[in-house]
Design a binder for this molecule. Sequence first.
Ligand code: DP6
Length: 378
Amino acid sequence: MKSILNIGQSKLIFVQNFILSTSYRSIDSLYKKEQGKVAYAAPSNIALIKYWGKRPVQLPENASLSFTLSECRTETSITYRKRKDSGSSFLVTFLFEGAPKPSFEPKIHTFFDRIAPYCLFLNDFEFIIDSSNTFPHSSGIASSASGMSALAMCLVEIEHELGSVLTAEERIEKASFLARLGSGSACRSIEGPITVWGKHDNIEGSSNEFAVPFKLKVHSIFENYQDTVLLIDKGEKQVSSTVGHNLMHGHPYAKARFEQANSNLEKLSKVIQNGNITQFIEIVESEALTLHAMMMTSLPYFVLMKPNTLEVINCIWNYRKQTGVPVCFTLDAGANVHLLYPEAHKKEVLTFVETELAEKCQNKQYICDCLGIGAKKM
Ligand code: DP6
């Protein structure tokens, strides 16, 4: 739903179904700039309350909550230049680590198609997108969240340079909105350290259309919380997230799962405030295992965990029982294990990782990360 109001040479556009773009001005051929370059770094995020199940277009079936990471980032720059004639197809060149990667261009075109109603300048400019990741190539870490959020931040910045009238706060929400249209979980990477995506009665301002930062008190135990990503299997996933989400349609446990996620989010929200680490561990590990239980009970069913995923989980449980160190795990849609623990326990947990867990990782590889604040201008 869009209504356009012509005022002199400028256009005011009201996009009613995107709350934030209440108005932005595209100055037609009178863009403020003809060319420029913008660059953003955006991090990955790890969901504690999982998004698994969506309806068109990229709207979640339940609210999710994630920790924004810090070290696992995508760094993207976009060089833009005004086209002589605006065309109906987009002019985009995609570079990965400086080298052309045409295989990625169809994905960008699909993304641009989806966001075109909200970014009216896309057809008027040509773009060179240059992206690189700070985490090892094909580590099995999802780069779509960091990649799409970095791209969305760049596009909103370009729009700003061209003369958008959105406020700084609106630009952040719009970036999250656009990133969501690229990949659902990407909308949670724009801000940090904790974000919520999906309408939830107990989270003020929450929306299905973009993520919001968790604004309630965060207990000091979660400050600088650590996430050591154990790279169990770096191979290509057999089933993509998109296919997995779709298998939640008609899934026998879908309704109960969506209700459970929303109820877990409410419980976790209290735990984040009061710092009850025992409850934290219970909710987070249960969410991870439930996510994979949904995959195993889909039709067709599938398993993304590997034998070493289970080995590592058992080691973590034994270590926690023996030492009392409050370390727990979560899983994303793959075989890798995210080891979560308070910063105060960093030294002993890293010794545990080195002596017991590294050998269960592919090439003994793991990545040390922690909570971060979201996308940053470069
Ligand atoms: C298991 O965001 O990758 O990581 O929206 O289809 O791009 P699309 O899926 P994606 O799904 C992420 C699923 C998850 C859980 C989560 O991050 O909440």
